[in-house]
Design a protein around this ligand. Sequence first.
Ligand code: URA
Length: 285
Amino acid sequence: MTLALGAASGLDHRVNSPHARAVESALAFWAEAGVDACYGEEPVDRLAEGAARLKAKAVTPRPAAVAQPAAGGRQAAPDVSGAVEQARAMAAEARTLEALAAAIAAFDGCGLKFEGAKQAVFSRGNPEGPVMVIGEGPGGEEDARGEPFVGKAGQLLDRMLEAAGLKDRVFITNTVFWRPPGNRTPTLAEQAVCAPFLHRAIALVQPKMLLLAGGASAKSVLQRDEGILTLRGRWFEWHAEDGTALPALPTLHPAFLLRQPAAKKKAWLDLLTLTERLDRPGRPD
Ligand code: URA
C-alpha cells in the first residue's frame, strides 16, 4: 500500500520537536497498517525510467545456464539479452563474493533497480556453507536492511533451518537483487537479467546443493513450468555453464507458510529430505 505525503501537510520536521514526534508517530501508524512507501507531490514514472534503460540495452536473448530436466518452453522476455550479456561480463570479472556484491550494486541493467528499490540486496550466511538457499527476491525489510530474508518470512526460514541443523550451513540469496515494487513476483526477464550474478555466486560459493524457496525461485532456476506444489520435495539437477551439476530441491516459500501454517509439515519434510542427502554417509563430495 502507498501513501501520498507532501509538504502540504504543513508539519514541522525539526528533530525532537513535537511536530517531528507527531510525524514519527503517524509514519509508525501507517507502516503498521501496511503502508510502506510515501510519494512526493509530483508523480515520477519509475517504470518508464527502468523500461527506457532496459530498451537501450536490448539485443537477442541468450540463456546463461541450462537446467535439467528440460525446460518446457519457458523463455525470458526477448528484449533483455543486452542486459544479460552485460551481467555476464560483470559477473565473470568478480573473483570474490565482495567483488560480486559490488558488481551487482553497480549494475544498471535490471529495471527493478529503478522502480523504487533502496539498494541492492545480495546475500547473507556462510559463504562456505554446503547449502545455498535461493529465494524469490527482497521484500521491504530486506530492501531497508540490504540483506535477504531478514523480515518475518526470513525469521521463519531461520527457525526452520536451525531446527533442521542447517543454521550455519547455508548461504542465502535470491533470484533478483532489488525489491520488486509492491512485493510483486519478479518477472522472468528480471530473473534472467540477474541470473548471471546468481550463477557466479554459485560458482564462488560452490555449495553441495541448492534449496529453492518458492515457486518463483524453483521455476526460474530449474526453468520449469509446474507449480511449486508439484515441484517441491523432488530432486532436480541444476547445470552450470561449465557442466557442473548440483542437486536442487524446491520447497515452499516461508512467506507462503506464514499464510498457510498447515503447509509447514510439507516444508519440514523437504528440509529432512535435504539434510538426509547432505549428511548421508559416504556421499561423494
Ligand atoms: N522473500 C524472498 O524470497 N527473499 C527475501 O529475501 C525475502 C523474502
